[in-house]
Ligand binder design. Structure first.
Ligand code: NDP
Length: 327
C-alpha cells in the first residue's frame, strides 16, 4: 500500500521527536519540514527530506496527507492551526486547557469549509491522560479523579533557580508527593490542593566560593515558586550535571478512585515515566496521524479531539488482526 505522506510544521523539540518517531513507523513517510526560519539554517536529525519555508506551505497541499503541527501552544498553534486547516488534514498538541473550546471552534470552521480534518490536543496531557480521565469518571461515576505530574522538568522553576546568586547551573523537577499518592491509592478520596500533591527537587552546581546553606535558603524561601512547597536542594558537580540533568523527563499518574453498587472500592491507575517528554509526545502524535488519515479518507471533516477517535484507528493492523492479537 502507499505510505501515508506526512509533513512537519515547526521544527523544535517536538518536531525533532516527530521526525524520529516517523522513522519507526514504516507505513508513514516524512515528505518535508516547514519552518519560519531560513530553511538552510534548520538542521534535521536525518537530513533526507527538504526543509521548506512556512510561507510557501500552501503550494504543497497535494503532496501531504497529514500535516503535524509542532509549534508552541501559546503563540504558534492559535495562528497555525486555523490557517493550516484550510489546506491540510492536521494533528496538533495544543495544551492551553482554558482555551480548548475556543481553539476547537477556530479549527472547525476552516476545516469544514475545506473538507479537511483537524485533530487537536494530542499528546499525553492533554491526550492519553484525558482518555484515562474519561474512562475513570465514566466507568466509576461515583468517585474522584486525580492527576499527578512528574517526575518532570519544570522550565519556569529552573529559570528561577538559575537567577539565584551563587548558582552556576540548575534544574528543578516537580515530583508527585508519595504521601498524597498513597492516600489516593488507599481509597481515602482526599481533597488535595496542588501544593499537597507535588514536591519540588533542585539540582545545583555552585559558582566558585558560593555557600551551600545561603543558596539553599534563597531557593526554599522564594515566594510563590518554592516557599509554598516542600523543596529539597541537592548540590552536584558539573560533570554529574551534564551526565544526569540534560534530558527532558516527564510523566505522571491518572488515578480514579471510586466505589460500585455494594460499596466495594475500585481503583483505576494509569502512569507514564518518560525519559523525553517531547519524543514521547511526538510518538503519540504520529500514532494519531494514522487515525486522522483513515478518518479523512472515510470523509470526516472538521475539528476533533482524542475523545472522537476510535482506538483501533491508531494501529497499522487491520481490525481482524487487532481482534486476534489484542482482544
Ligand atoms: P519548542 O520551543 O522547541 O519549538 C516551538 C517552535 O519554536 C518550533 O516549532 C520552531 O518553529 C520554533 N523554534 C524551535 N527551535 C528554534 C530555534 N533554535 N530558533 C528559532 N525558533 C525555533 O517547543 P516544543 O517543541 O518543546 O513544544 C511545542 C509544544 O508542544 C508546546 O508548546 C506544548 O504546548 C506542546 N506539548 C504538548 C504536550 C501534550 O502532552 N499535549 C506535551 C509536551 C509539549 P519554526 O521551525 O517555525 O521556527
Amino acid at each position: 500500500a502507499d505510505k501515508i505522506r506526512v509533513a512537519i510544521a515547526g521544527y523544535g523539540n517536538l518536531g525533532r521527536g516527530v521526525e524520529a518517531a516517523l522513522a519507526q513507523n514504516p507505513d508513514m513517510q516524512l515528505v518535508g519540514v516547514f519552518s519560519r526560519r531560513e530553511p538552510s539554517s534548520v538542521a534535521l536529525l536525518d537530513g533526507k527530506v527538504p526543509v521548506y519555508a512556512m510561507a510557501d506551505i500552501e503550494q504543497y497541499q497535494n503532496d501531504v496527507d497529514v500535516m503535524i503541527l509542532c509549534g508552541g501552544s501559546k503563540a504558534d498553534l492559535p495562528e497555525h492551526g486555523p490557517y493550516l486547516a484550510q489546506f491540510f488534514n492536521t494533528v496538533d498538541s495544543f495544551d492551553t486547557h482554558a482555551k480548548v473550546n475556543e481553539y476547537h471552534a477556530a479549527l472547525d470552521e476552516p476545516a469544514r469549509k475545506a473538507g479537511k480534518l483537524a485533530l487537536m490536543s494530542v499528546g499525553w496531557d492533554p491526550g492519553l491522560f484525558s482518555l484515562n480521565r474519561l474512562f475513570g469518571e465514566t466507568i466509576l461515576p461515583q468517585g474522584e479523579t486525580y492527576t499527578f505530574w512528574g517526575k518532570g522538568l519544570s522550565q519556569g522553576h529552573s529559570d528561577a533557580v538559575r537567577r539565584v546568586e551563587g548558582v552556576k547551573k540548575g534544574v528543578q523537577y516537580t515530583l508527585p508527593s508519595q504521601d498524597a499518592i498513597a492516600r489516593v491509592r488507599n481509597g481515602e478520596q482526599p481533597e488535595l490542593t496542588t501544593r499537597e500533591k507535588h514536591v519540588r527537587e533542585c539540582f545545583i552546581v555552585l559558582e566558585d566560593g558560593a555557600d551551600e546553606d545561603t543558596v539553599r535558603n534563597s531557593i526554599v524561601t522564594m515566594p510563590d515558586y518554592f516557599e509554598p512547597f516542600d523543596t529539597t536542594v541537592n548540590f552536584i558537580d558539573e560533570a554529574t550535571f551534564a551526565a544526569e540533568h540534560s534530558a527532558m523527563p516527564h510523566g505522571g499518574f491518572v488515578i480514579r478512585s471510586g466505589d460500585t453498587g455494594t460499596q466495594s472500592k475500585q481503583s483505576i491507575e494509569y502512569s507514564l515515566a518518560l525519559g523525553s517528554n517531547p519524543e514521547f509526545t511526538a510518538s503519540v502524535l504520529v500514532a494519531y496521524t494514522r487515525a486522522v488519515h483513515k478518518m479523512a479518507q472515510a470523509g470526516e471533516t472538521g475539528a476533533r479531539s482524542v475523545f472522537d477517535v476510535a482506538p483501533g484507528l491508531l494501529s497499522p493492523k487491520t481490525p481482524a488482526q487487532l481482534r486476534k492479537d489484542l482482544l
